[in-house]
Write a protein that binds this ligand. Sequence first.
Ligand code: SRM
Ligand code: SF4
Length: 562
Amino acid sequence: MSDTKLAANEYIKADSNLLRGTIEEGLQNNITGALYVDDTQLSKFHGFYQQDDRDLRAERQAQKLEPLHSFMLRARVPGGVCTPQQWLDVDKIASELTMSQSIRLTTRQTFQYHGILKRNLKPLIQALDTSSLDSIAACGDVNRNVMCNPNPVESELHQQAYEWSVALSEKLLPRTNAYAEIWLDGEKVTSNETEPMYGETYLPRKFKIAVAVPPHNDVDVYTNCLGFIAVSDNGKLIGFNVTVGGGMGATHGDKTTFPRLADDLGFIALEDTIEIAKAVITTQRDWGNRTDRKYARLKYTVQKHGIEAFRAEVAKRSGVDIQPPKQVEFTTRGDRFGWVKGTDGKWHLTLYIECGRIKDVPGKEIQTGFREIAKVHKGDFRMTSNQNMIVANVAEEDKAQIEALARQYGILGERLTPLRKHSIACVSLPTCALGMAEAERYFPEFTDKIDALLEKHGVGDQPIVMRMTGCPNGCARPYAAEIGLVGKGPGRYNLYLGAAFDGTRISKMVLENGNEEEILADLDGRIARFANERTDGEYFGDFLVRTQEVKAVLTSAGDFHD
Ligand code: SRM
Ligand code: SF4
């Protein structure tokens, strides 16, 4: 490559021999717990990040020790579905091969391990493989885990949508043999290996796809690079409304960066799904910004060229007849807790997991509970994009046993408030290298305080989508929340309000760098007015916009910072 202006990662990818780099050599170097620096970028394509425990960083620095390096690994589980045996394997791996010993359900329907020592990476990936699981392309500049609404009620429609999410995930995988060679002792490919769709420098940046089945928008389809919204006729899937150019990440104080909801590309017939996805991906491959990773996501490509030009290019590349979008309506974004019955007569139990952390804590043996359920469960498990878990496809006669186990281990969640049911937070400290403020460790306590405010004003029964992240990258999609908190520094957050309950409008900042007291004071006044002045059935975000407390973000990006 001759263009010196390209982002550093572009050279790392180009020189990596299709993602191999020197990862194998780095694994064998026992002097350090880390990988070689460039390989820490390549490792993401294999599903893992190098991290260090930030709680211990200063102490180790004072002792002149290298940071306590360990790795976070994210699995690829399209649509979040796994079998009970797989769950038992996942659980065993956490206990035997990670320092955290816990499992972390993510906001994209999969799970992560934290605290994997370098020497345990290979045994861990091999153990996942034995369980027919992998972490290929779970991170990195490629298409990542494909989300699919776990909508168990409309069973047949969901099954069809789920199958498309699996097909998308499989068809869009990188073709390099690097993962098999490094981790699974696969035979080394020696000649002419190519990466037909991605090319040797892959995409300019990460790429995300979600499949949504209206009226449920729990996958937050408009926040994805590429969205497929199921269009059905009499319960049968007939095609998708395709959306492009959504994304959350931004940088504090930099108005050239912004969260953005996706634009409508149009309706496509079912058989065109993979072709459209490939055309969107190759357009982004060729049009995306490779000089500055800050502007390299698809949302900036669509914003720069405009949706018309982008649509024309995708139509040209795919040869697909892209029609105007069909009418669809979303009404919910949360999970449906407790038991629901599918149209096929099977039962599904959605269980709340605070911030997605599967770990035994006093009063709630979450990890043990799921292990015991997995031992007897004959259906499957479904991780949700709200970091919760569905014990799915339970026969009528097995319901009582599953429920008894959930109750015994304190995970039935019978007394959850509507706010809590609609709340998620990202990981942040101590593992996330980018966290500026606490999220997962502070969010439960913060949620209690907002619940108390709602209770005080008599609106404790109001469902409100509330999300917190430790930095502006937006891993819990906070700009799409009715109450969004984005970490600015220790104990300090920007407060964002005014997003739509169904995920079709993003929010605006109303308070910068506030501490807990300031945030609670701000919300106290607004919740009081909401309690007194809301119209029948009005949501909090809509109320703030109607009463002009918060100006609506109308265009996809332009007015987010106004
Ligand atoms: Fe994320 C980076 C965790 C969903 C936007 N994200 C990270 C890293 C890997 C930090 C890093 O780069 O060093 C975090 C690891 C923390 C840890 O210790 O585990 C991290 N992201 C997560 C998870 C685990 C949060 C969670 O609590 O569940 C989610 C894993 C999803 C998955 O299974 O694949 C997660 N991240 C998201 C989402 C939500 C989504 O995709 O629906 C977003 C916003 C949507 C988007 O992509 O625009 C998101 N993560 C980011 C960004 C900002 C990207 C950008 O465009 O600017 C970064 C930083 C980056 O890429 O440079 C990031
Ligand atoms: Fe880390 Fe920021 Fe993502 Fe939270 S939002 S997990 S702090 S990168």
